[in-house]
Design a protein around this ligand. Structure first.
Ligand code: 4NP
Length: 153
């Protein structure tokens, strides 16, 4: 079982969107028993909340289901998760500051050719959940390819 945790700041906009989209692609690929998905925030302000209405709408529009309640990352995640996939450089820096092994940390757009090192802009501030959806979907498709190759799935 490969364990992937998507990480953003609040865990209500980008990372639950990534979790839902990735879960959708994993199921379509018939790999639901091989890959475990979750998401978390580096902050805990929104713990216990459903995804942001903008994220819910972007997912519903595509018929992608979701069932996540926001939570903060824990030290246990740094041991139990194989890949911690940050949405932006600040999330990545926070994970490293909290003690996560750098070898397990990446950024979602690192997997998209030509976009390595780029952030997924935070729609909580930009309001652009559609742009976010397209970036996250591109990242998730590329990440799944990488995981399939790396773990021989
Ligand atoms: P997210 O967006 O990190 O993509 O979930 C945010 C959600 C909430 C806040 C910031 C970003 N906030 O400051 O409450």
């Amino acid at each position: 079982m490969v364990r992937v945790l998507f990480v953003c700041l609040g865990n209500i906009c980008r990372s639950p969107m990534a979790e839902a989209i990735f879960t959708h692609h994993v199921a379509e690929a018939g790999l639901g028993d091989e890959v475990a998905l979750d998401s978390a925030g580096t902050g805990s302000w929104h713990a216990g909340e459903e995804p942001h209405p903008g994220t819910r709408q972007a997912l519903k529009r595509r018929g992608i289901t979701f069932a996540h309640i926001a939570r903060a990352v824990t030290a246990d995640d740094f041991v139990s998760q194989d890949h911690l996939v940050a949405m932006d450089a600040a999330n990545r820096a926070d994970l490293l500051r909290l003690g996560c092994d750098p070898a397990r940390v990446s950024m979602l757009l690192d997997y998209v050719p030509g976009m390595a090192g780029e952030d997924v802009p935070d729609p909580y501030y930009t309001g652009d959940f559609e742009h976010c959806y397209h970036l996250v979907d591109a990242g998730c498709r590329a990440l799944l390819q990488r995981i399939r190759a790396h773990h021989a799935l």
